[in-house]
Design a protein around this ligand. Structure first.
Ligand code: AMP
Length: 438
């Protein structure tokens, strides 16, 4: 009989308690900062109808959808993939938000500011920082076309990075319409633009030569020399950009300059006409957060006016940002390797007769706002102390017959080994005193 593997599938991960605790703390910080900007939390399901996830606007990511086989029916493979699967796992939080907004707009404020944090799934080739299951943390504003939205979502993400003590990242800004206008200017036929966008999107990962090879296939052996120079240099003459795409450039410049004024010198903001971003639901400015320690981006976003139209209803301007949580955790783990503190106290169980007393004492301590772990079993006190050590608790507590009779608790400081007999009030006071960094 073949053995069942204990490792999760490629691109999926198990998390130890320490890692879960660190992740939860970062999620708390992100939620707190998003709330402080007025974003309200929402949640959508992991599974969506395939019609929500596919079609115009999704770009290359459509190939990465995990589809879910229809349930309960006998599968008839000859009937093609649409017949086999009708649902899929969400691969981002933006399409689910657009569906959510289209359905519930009647009960939502206008403009609507929302944030969502949760896992998404993409059938990618897994590597460090690129997983098949990963968490995204999005903040979006629907119902306003003001550049205020781009500024605010970018500012919110910068505040998250600052709250986490991260080195300031670079924010790269662009507008796909600028690249389109450049291609028009260089007389590249419109029907090649989409394919060229896909090629240029790989510039960071694959480098200029690989992109030029792709362009050779798309534009024939002699692509316009201006396009070749542009790919090599990654920049174009700013005066040319303003001439070919005046409105997008004016908006981008306003966004960049306002962010620079508000940033308190935290982070830099640069316009780069080669930034494309994978999804073609973007209709205006797009942006990405870069950290020099990472190959990919720490997060990104953009304006996606009209995505809600896909679900019927009026066209709604919208703009959002997504923090790539896994990349953020990688950067944070590189900058500090802090251990997660355990509970305030571990309470031993002296005997089955005294278990109820230990559970009562734990409930009274929790009511004081303290965290208490009662030994989940029975056994020698030595083993229970060892457990308290492994949980990195501050105090190990013993409530035996003598302590019970005296109305006291024995408290052992696990850092110093010092033991003392204390009453409830003194115990609470000791646990509430700020202790050494744990
Ligand atoms: P996207 O939804 O593609 O715009 O990506 C937003 C952010 O999610 C990126 O900036 C990355 O930080 C992160 N991200 C995208 N794909 C992956 C992946 N496969 N694994 C981990 N993080 C990812």
């Amino acid at each position: 009989m073949s053995e069942i593997p204990t490792a999760p599938p490629s691109g999926f991960r198990d998390f130890l308690p320490d890692s879960c605790a660190r992740r939860a703390r970062v999620v708390e910080t992100i939620s707190r900062v998003y709330r402080s900007y007025g974003f309200a939390p929402i949640a959508t399901p992991a599974v969506e109808d395939l019609a929500v996830l596919t079609g115009k606007g999704v770009g290359e990511t459509e190939k990465l959808i995990f589809k879910i086989l229809k349930r309960g029916e006998k599968l008839d493979i000859s009937r093609g993939s649409e017949e086999l699967a009708d649902l899929g796992l969400r691969f981002d939080l933006t399409l689910p938000l657009a569906r959510f907004y289209s359905r519930l707009r009647g009960v939502l404020p206008t403009p609507f500011k929302a944030f969502a944090i949760g896992p998404v799934w993409r059938a990618e080739r897994a590597q460090k920082g690129r997983y098949r299951e990963f968490c995204q943390c999005d903040a979006d504003i629907l119902g306003s076309d003001s550049p205020h939205c781009e500024i605010e979502v970018i500012q919110a993400v910068m505040s998250v990075f600052r709250a986490l003590g991260l080195e300031a990242p670079t924010v790269v800004l662009n507008d796909r319409r600028i690249l389109s206008a450049l291609l028009d200017h260089w007389q590249v036929p419109v029907d090649r633009h989409a394919a060229i966008f896909i090629a240029v999107d790989k510039l960071d990962k694959a480098g200029a030569n690989a992109v030029l090879m792709d362009l050779g296939k798309l534009c024939g052996p002699n692509p316009p020399s201006e396009l070749v120079n542009f790919i090599h240099g990654g920049q174009a003459d700013p005066a040319l950009l303003v001439r070919v795409a005046p409105e997008p450039m004016s908006r981008l410049t306003q966004i960049r300059d306002t962010l620079a004024q508000l940033s308190d010198s935290y982070g830099s903001f640069v316009i780069s006409p080669t930034l494309v971003r994978g999804f073609d639901y973007y209709t205006g400015p797009v942006f990405e957060f870069r950290d020099p320690r990472l190959a990919g981006s720490l997060g990104g976003g953009g304006r996606y006016d009209g995505l809600t139209e896909k679900f019927g209803g009026p066209k709604t301007p919208a703009c959002g940002v997504s923090i790539g949580f896994e990349r953020l955790m990688l950067v944070l783990e590189e900058s500090s390797a802090q251990e997660t503190p355990g509970p305030d106290a571990c309470l031993t169980v002296f005997s089955e007769e005294l278990r109820l007393d230990s559970l009562r004492l734990a409930a009274r301590l929790r009511a004081e706002g303290l965290s208490v772990d009662v030994y989940p079993g029975a056994g020698k006190l030595k083993a229970q102390f060892k457990y308290a050590d492994s949980r990195r608790a501050r105090l190990a507590l013993v409530l035996g017959p003598e302590e019970e009779a005296a109305g006291k608790v024995k408290a052992k400081d696990l850092a110093t080994g010092q033991e003392s007999l204390v009453d409830f009030a003194a115990l609470v006071a000791a646990l509430k005193r700020p202790g050494p960094e744990r």
